[in-house]
Write a protein that binds this ligand. Sequence first.
Ligand SMILES: Cc1ncc(C[n+]2csc(CCOP(=O)(O)OP(=O)(O)O)c2C)c(N)n1
Length: 643
Amino acid sequence: MDEKKGQILERIHSPADLKGLDGNDLVALSDELRQYIIDVVSRYGGHFAASLGVVELTVALHHVLNTPYDQLVWDVGHQAYGHKILTGRREQFHTNRVLGGISGFPKRSESEYDAFGVGHSSTSISAALGMAVASHYKGETDRQHVAVIGDGAMTAGLAFEALNHAGIEKSNLLVILNDNCMSIDPNVGALKEYLTGITTSKPWNRFREDLAHVLTKISEKGPDALGIMKTLERSIKSTFLDSTSNLFEALNFRYFGPVDGHDVKRLAKVLEDLRSIPGPKLLHCITVKGKGYALAEKDQTTWHAPGLFDKITGEIKKSKSDKPVAPKYQDVFGHTLVELAETNEKIMGITPAMPSGSSMNIMMKAMPDSAFDVGIAEQHAVTFSAGLATQGMVPFCNIYSSFMQRAYDQVIHDVALQKLNVVFCLDRAGLAGADGPTHHGAYDLAYMRCIPNLIVSAPMNEEELRNLMYTAQLEDMGPFVIRYPRGQGVMPDWRRPFKSIPIGKGRQVFEGEDVAILTIGHIGNEAVKACVQLNEEGIYPALYDLRFVKPLDEELLHGVFGKFKKIITVEDGCIQGGMGSAVLEFMADNQYQAHVTRLGIPDTIIEHGEQAELWGICGYDASAIKEQVLQLSVGRKTGALAV
Ligand SMILES: Cc1ncc(C[n+]2csc(CCOP(=O)(O)OP(=O)(O)O)c2C)c(N)n1
């Protein structure tokens, strides 16, 4: 940065440093902050377009609010990079999402300015309301509680549950609706159309803004004035507007806006005005996702999280994993679904707001009548799928493993109890990588395998994924879970003819002696690598791919426990209650005795980092598996070395 540029941002060490800035300073700071985010994210990666869209809002909020006393809650938190930079983390910002570095999302243990830990969407209004009610209870009437939520996140039921509750509380809550018409992909649904409708009603909006300003001024004159203000407001509204015509006002919120979310001076003014208005309020802010970086403004989905790029040319750099060695599992899912749907017209695709992330967009493009983006609404996605299944459809409901946690009751109550033919494809299962603990798909094997009527499977490679998908759509399969990880598989030539897979049947990958390794899913490829290396040292463990944790392949397990006394289980999922636990239960139920070592995600929160780094830290990458086998085969190893 040249001498002039960066001179305000460099002086900001905490929000207190924004207090004395005038309007022009706020404009300059916004420009600097935007350039700083572009510069660092282009070189170190992370979410991008969302943070650019809220630069002015972030600056205005930290100028006006008295954080951390005032509570500022970001929804999802992928847009909070500016907030991190202004709240003392500018120097660490280049470590964002890297192992040992700062988190890509607000996190309470990271900063007192991160009022609430986030990553999953639509929690902000509930959390901020809880804070507001607590402050009200404690008599802290001067305290502000602000939830910043995107129009995408607003599509979730949880957000509406919170609005519904907040409307009858007297607490001091400001919801800022950051409306950019985008989720990761274009936002969907009737709410989006409604918001567009109010945004475009210019005369009424101008009148409403003026009214808000006048009312604020009156309310500052004290409690009596506040009463007068409310009466006046009610009377004006009942004269000019049916209160039910504004969704938020119908829910007892005072609605303000829409305002231009890139006019930082005006935003600061409006936020200052709103401080003195008590009760639940909603400020509707219009922003452009990717604002200030032309390519991102034009293609907001690609620039949601583009990876590394050249900030001058905009060229997105190919990561190592983009080499055409093998496709991503998500793409195998997307293409296979279309292939299957071409011959089975009952197949439908459902995604809760992840068309690009899950590759459901392939079916949405090829068969628009058969594939649905239902918004950020995992619970609805599952029950909607259940409804489709009652009518003989075969819904493939694709939900990231960690987001499926939201819809657990729907899986049990709406699908499993009624034994409906819904296929759940859980993407990003296992350790998800740089997104960190909120996004790790750590628990699905454990939380699915205890539900009656479910089939729970995990493919070890692309061909297995295709065959499991093929099997799952066959007649009367009942609810069928297929979980697979983020990233690439191992087979460049994955388009092979479909074969059905016998339910609950695993397979032997390597014959061996002394030690048996049992794996489930893609992580089995780490065990393959370990075995290949061990073979070179004269050690030959047997390797089995269980494929299913429910039903378990009991025949295979009887064979394993009959032959081996040293067994290692490997899974990219939590150790407690997962596949290894299932194997131990089998051992106990059948009175076998063996030494079983369970490798998987330990009973602790695993932070962010690269996926393979995290497998190593948790002790189940190839070298850790090899090490375990060596420890169990001490006699042979010593003998081999002696030669
Ligand atoms: C429960 C849940 N489902 C899905 C996601 C994935 N996700 C992250 S950001 C995002 C879009 C959010 O859109 P919006 O709130 O409008 O924010 P914007 O990115 O447009 O600023 C989605 C779907 C998530 N974080 N949490």
